[in-house]
Design a protein around this ligand. Sequence first.
Ligand code: SF4
Ligand code: F3S
Length: 106
Amino acid sequence: TFVVTENCIQCKYTDCVEVCPVDCFYEGPNFLVIHPDECIDCALCEPECPAEAIFSEDELPDGQQQFIEINAELAEVWPNINEKKDALPDAEEWDGKSGKLEKLER
Ligand code: SF4
Ligand code: F3S
């Protein structure tokens, strides 16, 4: 399965949701997640993310392992999103910042 990781937080560009053939993205206030049971591993979303926040669970960067659980948990409670919308207003400013996990709104 594919996993949305920390750099999506406070950016939420949403380019990813448009290409997903099974519509398995779920949206929170400042982050998106992928439902691990619905993702078919097509890899289409990975290159679409301007923040490079999407990885295969087998290729997660160091420190991002916890996002496997975060995606699984929040995909059960957040609503589905399958159409692109505007990124968050300060997306460019937040892109690439470290320590964004503490900003995650549930
Ligand atoms: Fe959707 Fe494919 Fe990305 Fe999985 S890998 S979330 S199925 S676009
Ligand atoms: Fe987040 Fe990238 Fe999608 S920033 S909303 S994973 S395009």
